[in-house]
Design a protein around this ligand. Structure first.
Ligand SMILES: C[S@@+](CC[C@H](N)C(=O)[O-])C[C@H]1O[C@@H](n2cnc3c(N)ncnc32)[C@H](O)[C@@H]1O
Ligand code: SF4
Length: 292
């Protein structure tokens, strides 16, 4: 196994991928809810170190088909470094099918479409983006660093480069008060971006974050699972997508749903309507199963 530095995070769909830390930490590191990289100063790693790790991994796991580039916003690394890493991975793993990476709004602001296209040709074909919300008030609470319209502008750029996007939406991020506008605004942004994948996560306070402090003093309110189902219902019903795979399978969700949109949209909305009508029959995940 190649050595990993500090706590490492990856999307659920990268469970069987080789993880390569092209960067450490997050260059932005200011979202009010995110404690993932607080104790890890941001830096871009040296190509020589990455080369050595790729060679080691190729000796130990020559069968690797998927590689995920970490940490939190690895797409901010210089395009030249990312291109070299992709080339080294292609040389090292003959069965390589896909390289993916965590983007961020800030990373998408600095990467040109030409750079993204060049990296796509070298195999970097999927970005994960924390859209979190499409509502400006909610985005301000989260301190995401961009408005909804800017999120649309940067979120549309991967497709222009032939890169697939997986967008994450954070339920409960506006609390009960902003719930409906958060759901409607998020659907507007997702409709404008038309990502290949969209998933929901449920905002969960973690220690040493501004959100944790807000939760302690009652400024941020944890919504009941039924209220979250209502938020998700509004979001799903307002989506107007051409071909997107939807999942709410991240551990933080109370309800695990999945489907292709628009094909399964009516079914998913009906499932949530049934939950809202008869919450006593709903198959909510127990709190312990959510890792909380
Ligand atoms: C490691 S971050 C990478 C995303 C990327 N840096 C960006 O901002 O686009 C992955 C995602 O985890 C989720 N996440 C982070 N902290 C969370 C929390 N406290 N509760 C729930 N989800 C959280 C957010 O959706 C975030 O976008
Ligand atoms: S959500 Fe993404 S951009 Fe925000 S602090 Fe976490 S890793 Fe960084």
């Amino acid at each position: 196994m190649i050595p990993l530095q500090g706590a490492v995070f990856r999307p659920p769909s990268e469970a069987d991928s080789l993880i390569l830390q092209v960067t450490l930490g997050c260059s932005y590191n200011a979202c009010t809810f995110c404690g993932m990289y607080q104790e890890k100063p941001f830096r871009v790693r040296q190509l020589d170190d990455l080369r050595a790790e790729i060679q080691l991994a190729a000796q130990q796991m020559p069968w690797v088909q998927k590689v995920f580039l970490a940490d939190g916003d690895a797409l901010v690394a210089p395009a030249k470094l990312l291109a070299s890493v992709c080339d080294l991975l292609q040389e090292a793993f003959s069965q390589l099918r896909r390289i993916s990476i965590y983007a961020s709004p800030q990373a998408l602001q600095i990467r040109t479409v030409e750079e993204m296209r060049d990296l796509r040709e070298r195999g970097l074909s999927l970005y994960y983006l924390g859209v979190e919300s499409g509502d400006d008030e909610t985005l301000t609470l989260l301190n995401k660093g961009v408005s909804a319209d800017e999120m649309i502008r940067v979120g549309q750029r991967p497709a222009q480069a032939g890169v697939k996007l997986s967008a994450m939406i954070l339920l409960n991020s506006g609390g009960p008060e902003l719930s409906q506008q958060h759901a409607i605004g998020s659907a507007r942004v997702i409709n404008a971006i038309q990502p290949r994948f969209v998933s929901t996560l449920v905002l969960t306070p973690v220690e040493n974050t501004p959100l944790w402090a807000d939760a302690q003093c009652g400024k941020w309110i944890e919504m009941h699972p039924v209220a979250l189902a209502a938020e998700l219902r509004t979001f799903l019903a307002a989506l107007d997508l051409k071909a997107t795979i939807f999942r709410s399978n991240h551990a933080s969700n109370w309800l695990a749903l999945a489907g292709t949109l628009p094909k399964n949209q009516a079914e998913l909305v009906a499932t949530l309507d049934a939950v809202l009508e008869h919450p006593e029959h709903a198959r909510f995940r127990p709190r312990w199963a959510r890792g909380l």
